[in-house]
Design a protein around this ligand. Structure first.
Ligand code: SRM
Ligand code: SF4
Length: 567
């Protein structure tokens, strides 16, 4: 056996210092909340509050004007709930809908990791909003920060008999890896008694928590709708005779990169082996602990597991996990993914309940003109005919519907103009756009507010080529951090500056091959011109059943990029 490496002693980054002196994530958040002289919180607390599920933001549309008027920026907070496997009840939906109106900007945002977000909450309303969420027995702990984030899993039980067990396991993982500090309950829920005479401990995450965010997703083949290979740790459900027996384990995925920094890159996870379901939690915990001990704590740009993996090499990382857990992974079992987008329309589960996959453009739940999605979903929640399952593609599945209620569901959707019969183009229903402006502090360009308009223009091109109903994956983000997983788009548009995007092409349709940079700094006319040429070629020269992403690679328009590998 080779000698395994020792962890490196890093010079701690500023964020490591903040965590270290925070007394298990308390910092001065209580004092910050009480300070009425500003809408902001103290600088160190802006790092710590992420662990509690919130980000301080400004309204970027107003930043310049307020600066001119010598006003402080319009500070507000984004709140993110932790929703393992994206499962929410009708009662939770109703409360969340009300919180959006009462304290936030009137919309609910369904994220690319199956979570809820509220934007625009003022400091004075933070506590009430968090308490409102907690009153529904959902919380926001570890939805952000250097911890294990929301655990994703396929939520549409109409897709496979394995889905409910896999989703329940996602909840188990989420609970197991949660921070143990009682800071959250003290600060937001006033539960002081919890800490009396008790010292906080973090047996898994450690006193300094993880070096960086950590993400886990589970997928049930043939559906890769959680983009399992974009995660630090991916688990692919393996079945035998219709029963879940275990998981293939994939490590080292991540989308984020920084323009101009060659050391950073998007990366797909490597499949390192198979583990039986009874031993899976132990292996998961050990992967987290290896990253905790070996991850870079000096340079946050290089601290995700993917960089730890490439520094140590995959075989060494795997050996560390096996040696420390005492569990040998078996050879990865065969599996096949067919798609990573959502499945729309009605599906029946093995328990004879119906599930309706619903399109929600970029996850924004609101009423717009005659399309009153927010009202429709509120009505459905009121009469409790379904539960609400968020997908990993900013979509929604209405779940557990009785046969006799199907018509009623359709009638309510129709009443509010949310008809499922509406013929969405293949490009629109598969499109993902991150939040970007006006709330994201890191955005260089628009995404959610712009992609719908751009798609309308692309739809005109597609219509001429008779490609309207071809499924094509387009993904846009306002910067290269990758929140909409743009490097897994057959067409990826990544914001460089206002109105300018890098165009990436050629990802696989099932999330198993990254795309490749094709052209830089394109404005809208240039994007449309490029896509018009490429889509025309595709319409003329594609082979039967060939996907757009595969075509551009086969035709030599772009070189193939990294694909999933097995060790
Ligand atoms: Fe993200 C940071 C929004 C999924 C990679 N992400 C942010 C912040 C919090 C900006 C910030 O740090 O100030 C964005 C808040 C915008 C806003 O106003 O809401 C933000 N990320 C989102 C969401 C809401 C996008 C969406 O439109 O759905 C997604 C929330 C997920 C959730 O519920 O937890 C979201 N972010 C992702 C994903 C996709 C995924 O996880 O499958 C990624 C790529 C995968 C990955 O992590 O590698 C992603 N977000 C990032 C990064 C880059 C991390 C990196 O390793 O380089 C940042 C920046 C950072 O961490 O420094 C970031
Ligand atoms: Fe913000 Fe960039 Fe993430 Fe979009 S990809 S939400 S612009 S950090």
């Amino acid at each position: 056996m080779t000698k395994l490496p020792e962890p490196i002693k890093w010079t701690p980054s500023p964020v490591e210092h903040i965590k270290s002196k925070s007394n298990f994530l308390r910092g001065s958040i209580v004092a910050s909340l009480a300070d009425e002289t500003t809408g902001a919180i103290a600088a160190d607390d802006t790092q710590l509050i992420k662990f509690h599920g919130s980000y301080q933001q400004t309204d970027r549309d107003l930043d310049a004007e307020r600066k001119k008027q010598k006003l402080e920026p319009l500070y507000s907070f984004m709140i993110r709930a932790r929703v393992p496997a994206g499962l929410a009840t009708a009662d939770q939906w109703l409360v969340f809908d009300r919180l959006a109106d009462k304290y936030a900007n009137g919309t609910l945002k369904l994220t690319t990791r199956q979570a809820f977000q509220w934007h625009g909450v003022l400091k004075r309303d933070l506590k009430s909003t968090l308490r409102g969420i907690n009153a529904t027995l959902m919380d926001t702990i570890a939805a952000c920060g250097d911890v294990n984030r929301n655990v994703m899993a396929t939520s549409n039980e109409g897709l496979s008999p394995l889905v409910s067990e896999v989703a329940a396991f996602a909840q188990t993982i989420s609970d197991h890896l949660l921070p143990k500090t009682t800071a959250y309950h003290e600060i937001w829920l006033d539960k002081k008694l919890l800490t009396e005479g008790k010292v906080d401990e973090e047996p898994i995450l450690g006193k300094l928590y993880l070096p960086r965010k950590f993400k886990i997703a589970l997928a049930v083949p043939p559906y890769n709708d959680t983009d399992v290979f974009a995660n630090d740790l991916g688990l692919i459900a393996i079945e035998e005779d219709g029963k879940l027996v275990g998981f293939n384990v994939a490590i080292g995925g991540g989308m984020g990169m920084t323009f101009g920094n060659e050391e950073t890159y998007p990366r797909l996870a490597d499949v390192i082996g198979y583990v039986a379901k009874e031993q899976a939690l132990q292996v998961i915990e050990e992967v987290v602990k290896v990253q905790r001990d070996y991850g870079n704590r000096e340079n946050r740009k290089l601290s995700r597991l993917k960089y730890t993996l490439d520094r140590l090499t995959t075989p060494v990382f795997k050996e560390l996990v096996e040696t420390r857990s005492g569990i040998q992974l078996e050879a990865a079992r065969p599996y096949k993914f067919e798609q990573n987008g959502d499945v729309f329309g009605w599906r029946k589960s093995v328990r004879n309940k119906w599930f309706l996959g619903l399109f929600v453009e970029h996850g924004r739940v609101r009423d717009a003109g005659n399309y009153k999605l927010k009202s429709a979903l509120r009505d459905l929640a009121r009469i409790k005919v379904c539960d609400f399952r968020l997908t990993g593609n900013q979509g929604l599945v209405l779940g557990q519907i009785e046969e006799g209620d199907k018509l009623l569901v359709e009638k309510i959707l129709h009443k509010y103009g949310v008809d499922q019969e509406v013929q969405l183009s293949g490009i629109r229903k598969n499109a993902i756009a991150c939040v970007a402006l006006n709330t994201c502090s890191l955005a260089f360009a628009e995404a959610e507010r712009y992609l719908p308009t751009l798609n309308t223009k692309i739809e005109a091109i597609l219509a001429e080529l008779d490609l309207t109903h071809d499924d094509i994956l387009i993904r846009m983000t306002g910067c290269p951090n990758g929140c909409g997983r743009p490097f897994l788009g057959e067409i990826g548009l990544v914001g460089r500056s206002l109105g300018r995007y890098n165009l990436y092409l050629g990802a696989g349709f099932a999330g198993e091959r990254l795309n490749t940079l094709y052209k830089e700094m394109l404005d809208e006319p240039a994007i449309l011109e490029e896509l018009s040429t490429l889509l025309s070629l595709y319409a003329e020269e594609r082979e039967a059943g060939e996907r757009f992403g595969d075509f551009v690679v086969r035709a030599g328009i772009v070189a193939p990029s990294q694909a999933v590998v097995s060790y």
